[in-house]
Ligand binder design. Structure first.
Ligand SMILES: NC(=O)c1ccc[n+]([C@@H]2O[C@H](COP(=O)([O-])OP(=O)(O)OC[C@H]3O[C@@H](n4cnc5c(N)ncnc54)[C@H](OP(=O)(O)O)[C@@H]3O)[C@@H](O)[C@H]2O)c1
Length: 347
């Protein structure tokens, strides 16, 4: 019988390795390296590693070239690997990720009661953070908090706080609560936002104020308060502003959006100004603009549009944006993502 030695090697090495979970989630670096991006050596084994390890061990008794010989692979090494597969005890692996450095830290997410903010809050809780979710619909926040509490995957916790970001007093109270109860803010996600389906030349002054208050002024107030807290404790921080592709190119809007696009252009500029202002601060306070294309959330309906667009245009899900937030937060201390644009394929 002829057995392809390479195939034998792969099958048996896989069998040996079968208890070791997929390495796809495992980052590079040894324990403690890259601020906790670590995986034990056991978890990074490839069939080649296992083969050379076994050959190395058996080399005490046998000459290595014997073990690589085709006949021996079939008659000796293959059964040996298979035996090892059965004997191999379950390996205890601690899979750590680049988000580990934020575990136990405090994130404030504005507009956490729905859509993108809700998805971001969930992801941060899953990454072990204490997340303070701000929004007016506190009942939604409370419901989400309870849901996350019973989920086994939730390593962190969501603290719901009612806050209308148009009211400076509400914002100040929220940050004060965070300071007194959780010790301060490490991450701020400025996500709360509103749109409008009116033309600039026809919309009301009240609506102009509302859009600018929520999409621009509230971001400035929250950023100021968060930076104050981060600087006072001398800790690393990250400010993430949820912008929009319409904050880069107003002509991408296929419908009237009043001051939405201008407000996001202002946010784009504010993000750069904030980053420049904080560039000398040590440890670093990173500042990122994350600009989604169309995301399936309640914002269109809340802005007076129909949801029909989701039937005709490609869109991404709120979780896709939350993944982007986790990516930028997980970058090494020496790396800053200034702008991350996430759009649906085909748009
Ligand atoms: N969906 C998209 O296609 C898309 C695309 C690009 C960018 N964005 C941006 O993504 C961000 C999130 O929007 P979304 O799509 O997730 O919309 P959404 O589902 O409507 O969520 C908006 C959030 O903002 C909060 N909010 C609105 N006014 C507020 C206020 N006065 N005080 C406190 N919170 C307030 C809402 O909470 P309450 O109503 O409970 O207060 C809600 O949690 C926005 O900045 C938006 O501009 C969205």
């Amino acid at each position: 019988m002829y057995l392809n030695p390479v195939a034998c090697f792969e099958v048996s090495a896989r069998a040996y390795n079968w208890r070791v979970p997929s390495t796809s989630m495992i980052g590079p670096g040894g324990p403690g390296g890259d601020e906790g991006a670590s995986a034990g050596p056991e978890s990074r084994r490839t069939p080649e590693d296992i083969h050379s390890r076994l050959v190395c061990r058996l080399g005490r008794w046998f000459r290595p070239e014997w073990l690589y010989h085709r006949r021996h692979i079939v008659s000796f090494t293959f059964p040996l690997y298979t035996y090892c597969a059965c004997k191999q005890p379950a390996v205890n692996i601690t899979v750590s990720t680049r988000m580990d450095r934020w575990a136990g830290k405090v994130a404030v997410v504005t507009g956490a009661s729905s859509g993108i903010g809700e998805a971001i809050a969930k992801s941060l809780v899953a990454s072990g953070l204490k997340v303070v979710g701000l929004a007016r619909r506190s009942e939604r926040l409370e419901e989400l908090s309870k849901k996350l509490e019973v989920q086994k995957s939730s390593k962190g916790k969501l603290y719901p706080l009612r806050c209308d970001v148009r009211q400076e007093e509400d914002i100040l109270k929220a940050f004060d609560w965070v300071e007194k109860n959780l010790g301060g803010v490490d991450i701020l996600v400025n996500n709360a936002g509103v749109g409008s389906n009116k033309r600039v030349t026809e919309d009301s002054t009240e609506n102009f104020h509302k859009i600018m208050d929520i999409n621009v002024i509230a971001v400035a107030v929250c950023t100021r308060e968060a930076v104050k807290s981060i600087k006072a404790r001398g800790v690393p921080g990250h400010i993430i502003n949820i912008n929009s592709i319409l904050g880069h190119n107003a002509l991408l809007a296929s419908m009237p959006t009043s001051l939405y696009s201008p407000s996001k252009f202002a946010l784009n500029c504010m993000t750069d100004v904030t980053r420049i202002e904080l560039s000398e601060v040590k440890p670093a306070i990173k500042v990122t603009s994350l600009s989604p294309g169309l995301v399936k959330t309640e914002i269109l309906e809340a802005s007076g549009f129909s949801n029909e667009i989701f039937n005709v245009s490609p869109y991404v899900e709120p979780d896709d944006i939350a993944d982007g937030v986790i990516y930028v937060l997980g970058t090494p201390p020496t790396v800053q993502v200034n702008e991350l644009m996430i759009t649906p394929v085909g748009k």
